[in-house]
Write a protein that binds this ligand. Sequence first.
Ligand code: ADP
Length: 259
Amino acid sequence: PQAGAGGGTRGAGLPGVKHLIAVASGKGGVGKSTTTVNLALGLQSLGLKVGILDADIFGPSQPRLLGLTGRPSVAHGNTLKAMEGYGLKVMSMGFLVDEGTPIIWRGPMVVSALNQMLRDVAWGELDVIVIDMPPGTGDVQLSMAQQVPLSGAIIVSTPQDLALIDARKGLNMFRKVDVPVLGIIENMSTFICPKCGEESHIFGHGGAEEEASKLGLPFLGGIPLHMDIRAKSDSGQPITATSPESAHAQIYRDIAAKT
Ligand code: ADP
């Protein structure tokens, strides 16, 4: 908690924005950013106005996931205009610094940059901003959870034991700062062979669901490990927006509806 720029007070809400929801993971590489963008699009398909704050300062991936490049323009006052992709309002450190420029800030600077990316941006009227949190459960994440007026948090985990242990840390972090955890999503849950259709449980399966029930948390759903999800993500065409009829898009919409 000491790492935060402003100590322990949770900041005021954002005018015009009804809810802030954090998507967190205990460690990197579990598909948190991919899940964030598709969840945001799922929420949008329910008729909500949605934004994404890419709070992964050290490895911003939302610009790439949404196929967005360029710099935000200055809005009224000293605020920046949020960028827009697939109808989502987006802000990310990826729009503000050149790719390949390493950011070597320490914790308090990161937290203050995140506060600015949230508060000094003209988001307009939104029902929800989904925050792609930095991976892990260190001081930066804790300070953020503490300073940003979150309505709730979602934890993304792969089924492996280790990832689940890390997910539990995430849960405890949000509990510590009284942010309700809305549920757990299991990513890379199963693998369905595109050739023969056989289902394999590469990383095990059902761990997150079991864990959620043990912890008394809703299990929001499992997303399969699938080539289309990866290919679409990496080419800036998130599956929920570009193949809304696919089974995968339906999974993300179902998760959004439960959130
Ligand atoms: P994180 O934000 O947790 O670091 P990413 O969302 O960047 O993880 O995902 C890491 C990699 O895994 C990316 O290449 C992404 O396309 C891929 N990926 C994520 N989820 C899935 C999935 N369900 N199926 C296939 N590939 C996935």
